[in-house]
Write a protein that binds this ligand. Sequence first.
Ligand SMILES: Nc1ncnc2c1ncn2[C@@H]1O[C@H](COP(=O)(O)OP(=O)(O)OP(=O)(O)O)[C@@H](O)[C@H]1O
Ligand SMILES: [Mg+2]
Length: 644
Amino acid sequence: MSGYVASKYQGKYTITPGIQAMPHVINPAQQGDVSAMIGRFLFPFAVSFLMPLFVHALVKEKEDRIMMMMHMSGLSSKVYYLSHYLHFLLQQWVASVVFIVVGAALQMTFFTRTNPLVYLLLMLLWSHVQVCFAFLLASLFSSSRRALILTYLFVTLSVIVGSMSSVIFQNTVPYAWYIHPSFAMYHALHLITAHASLHHHDPAHFVSGQCQAPVAALMSTHPHWQGKAPRSLPNAQAPSLPTKDRGQTGKEASTSLPAALWLTIPSIAALLGLCQAQATRKHCAHSQMAFLTMPMLPQITDTNALNERKNIMADAYDPQCNVVVKMIEKTFAAGNTAVNDVAFSVQPNIVFGLLGPNGAGKSTLLHMLTGLIAPTSGTAIIAGHDITKEMDRVHCSIGVCPQHDIHWGDLTPMEHMLFYARLRGIPKEHEQAEARRALSEVQLQRQSDQPAHSLSGGEKRRLSIGIALLGNSKVVFLDEPTTGLDPQVRRVIWRIILNAKRHRTVILTTHSMEEADTLCSQIGIMASGALRCIGNQVYLKKEYGSGYRLSLAAAPQKLEVACRFVESILPPSWRRIDRFATTALYEFRSEGSRISEVFLSMQKNKDALGIDDWGLSQTSLEDVFMNIVSNAVDEEPARAHETA
Ligand SMILES: Nc1ncnc2c1ncn2[C@@H]1O[C@H](COP(=O)(O)OP(=O)(O)OP(=O)(O)O)[C@@H](O)[C@H]1O
Ligand SMILES: [Mg+2]
């Protein structure tokens, strides 16, 4: 070959033998640059690990009903979401700064070869997208554990699928792909990492910084993004959005990433708005269509309840009343009417007892009165404010102790009090004093600096009551405040409630008749969602009690004679409830002056008849309760039959 060339060109050209390396195709993934490797696989995780924690925190507050509790204490949804947004954004920024500082300290090319403006802007934008996305995801879960696991799974899948975009879409990645914020972000990270790893590229700047719009600066000014890919970069490995015609569509590619990132924001906002609108529409539609599924009104025969209803319908109730419930009703989505056309009013400075069997609708009624759920129809006036129009004002005038304790395990009782004092709008200079007063009112001074998770059941309950009694709430709702407490603690709480009623109206639900009898000046009994009767103990016992009870105990051989004597002196309405070997129990209604006659006869003849012991008592509130509830149960099948 050399001889041929020499003879052909007569020495003009010669061939010099030598060895030259094959042209080397730069593949960023094979560069051996640690930061490139880390960037490809770990950066996406590093920038996303906080989102599942945000989702977990939001769902946990929903699950533990802390959100509900804060809402009932006057925190508006706007403030709740805004404070979480800022808190999460701050956390994400701190994490981003740590990420950047560590990367720069380790001399990773991602940070050293890229204009800091690029990754700073990217991180700021990403933080916002992450927090918005966390809010969206949190709305899909009700269990925090499941939310945490599934969101981490979601992030992992996003990283894997996102990194495979060039495999999935051979030529062009559709814009829609980047609507998922993670895909857009991971792609941006991949591009910066790949670019930074090109050793022959001018390391000074990934972006020149001439752009006016900072977001557009992310991608649009670099030659590669304008279709001028470095020669050493083969198309298959080019860190750009794959395009059909790179030269022509480079500009499209250059704007697609920021566009995709921005696209996510309105789309998330639109989705959130949609959910909200959907919920509102559902509620409105439900209210409008309520007449179609309107439950039959229960047969209320109680004179007091009927009078109350008449007065409330005519707006002729006492304006002093702190609580006026106006024909309120709640039907849940499943068609279950939990509260059915309830109307009553409550005067200030009294404890109003709301009694009823399990599932009667007491908590649902309280949830409506405290703004936790919206009524299907009807309304209520609490401390002068309508719950359907001025719930924010209502929240400033009420205190709530929910049926189940809702606390932050890590916060102390003092911290709880200070937090809720701030929510209730107590002036800052009085917060400490008010928190201490409330703690002493529920006798928790000794435990004031102990984390709430270490408190006993009774102490936790007292903390919930203390929170309800904070500030100058005009109305305090206590949903079964003493359930599960020992008799001694129960009595402590009774004293607290009796103290509290001096300048407030207390609405108390309970299953303890003894508690209702001791604390309440007015009692309403609910059954199957309806208020069956209302009045003070004397009225209820007179109207619904079975009268009086007479018990006696005698030796077995003398009991028969003693019983015959008792039956002869009792009014004709008597009925024997129990008879055992040595005891008997009778029930009878008072008729005229018979009670005193019975008492005197028993006193006079007990020794002659061999009666060892005897007693006469008025029937208890428990009898009244049983009577009302069993009437309601008997009524149900009849109404079901009528409806059919
Ligand atoms: N979110 C809901 N969705 C559907 N039904 C509900 C909902 N909340 C309550 N209910 C139903 O409403 C009815 C009344 O429940 P509520 O909790 O008000 O009763 P309660 O009188 O407080 O009972 P308890 O004494 O056991 O606390 C029940 O049948 C219950 O299943
Ligand atoms: Mg309840």
